[in-house]
Design a protein around this ligand. Structure first.
Ligand code: MLT
Ligand code: MN
Ligand code: ZN
Length: 299
């Protein structure tokens, strides 16, 4: 299994266009502090890739990776489709950027698809530009990802009913947010991509315990970070992101797994944005990594 890390930042990115916090200010002058919105590319076969989430940075993210460049035909792209873990704007706005595609396949759970079709009206908006095929991301069992290549299987492990703000009054559903499980029957390798963790249900623990690699929500270092930095009146948990450290934090959970574990979806207020922050040493002692834009993960 081959995964490309296309971005590792939470909504807004680093730097965020309207943010003068220390992390964003430093990222403006130090390119190695910069992070694009969290996303992955998954290799499914010779010259075929699926993107996991479609971010506002999708154009630059594709340009940054030769593997994702078009050719040899004039409008031939190796990008076979997009898989969504949730309906948040930082994970879905990039779909509209792909409107030049001849056709586009999007895999999502039912509540995510409904939010995009009925709230963002993406189906009606994109219909004059391209043909979007919506396919179910199974919340139970596993299905082949790419029928035209390879044997990679996917499933979406339901994580929480956290809805995007634009769909706050939409019906409850456990599959609003899923952790994407990728399984390669040829090698037996499995990866879990969970960039939005409002909760850590038992079924997630089970999938994490079986995985070879877990890439998890590292939005905030601790629960008070959003309030302390003045970006929100809510705690991290209140904003739908389990913190890394402290009671109910995810670091201890990840440290107990045998999988290679990495954090992604870092908010610009997270001390981990500073490559020299002592928090990196704390994670290293636990055997946990912080994902970097451009990382290649082979399983
Ligand atoms: C989140 O991760 O909580 C959302 O992406 C927030 C946002 O809308 O930017
Ligand atoms: Mn987000
Ligand atoms: Zn900032």
């Amino acid at each position: 299994m081959l995964l490309l890390v296309l971005g590792t930042a939470a909504g807004g990115g680093i730097p965020q266009w309207n943010c003068a916090c220390p992390g964003c200010a430093w990222a403006r002058v130090h390119p190695h502090w910069r992070r694009r919105h969290a996303s992955l590319a998954v290799h499914t076969g010779e010259g075929r890739w699926y993107l996991v989430n479609a971010t506002p940075d999708i154009g630059d993210q594709i340009e940054a990776r030769p593997e994702l460049h078009p050719g040899p035909g004039p409008r031939q792209t190796p990008i076979a489709g997009v898989i969504l873990t949730d309906a948040e704007l930082d994970h879905t706005l990039g779909i509209a950027r792909l409107r030049e595609a001849t056709g586009l396949q999007v895999r999502a759970t039912a509540p995510v698809r409904q939010a995009l079709l009925e709230r963002l009206r993406l189906g009606a908006v994109l219909a004059p530009y391209t043909s979007v095929t919506w396919r179910e991301l199974p919340a139970r069992g596993a299905e082949p990802l790419d029928r035209e290549a390879g044997g990679l299987q996917i499933s979406g492990i339901p994580v929480s009913g956290k809805r995007p703000r634009y769909a706050a009054d939409a019906p409850d559903d456990e599959a609003w947010v899923v952790a994407l499980r990728l399984y390669d029957p040829a090698s037996g390798a499995s990866a879990l991509y969970a960039p939005a963790l409002a909760a850590w249900p038992d079924r997630l623990q089970q999938a994490a315990a079986e995985a070879d690699c877990v890439i998890a929500d590292g939005t905030f270092w601790d629960d008070e970070e959003p309030r302390r930095t003045g970006i929100s009146a809510h705690t991290a948990t209140g904003m739908g992101h389990l913190p890394i450290e402290g009671p109910g934090g995810t670091a201890d959970r990840l440290a107990s797994l045998s999988a290679r574990c990495l954090y992604t979806h870092l908010n610009n207020t997270n001390p981990l944005v500073d490559p020299a922050a002592p928090q990196h040493k704390r994670l290293a002692r636990l055997g946990i990594e912080v994902a970097q834009d451009g990382m290649v993960i082979e399983l």
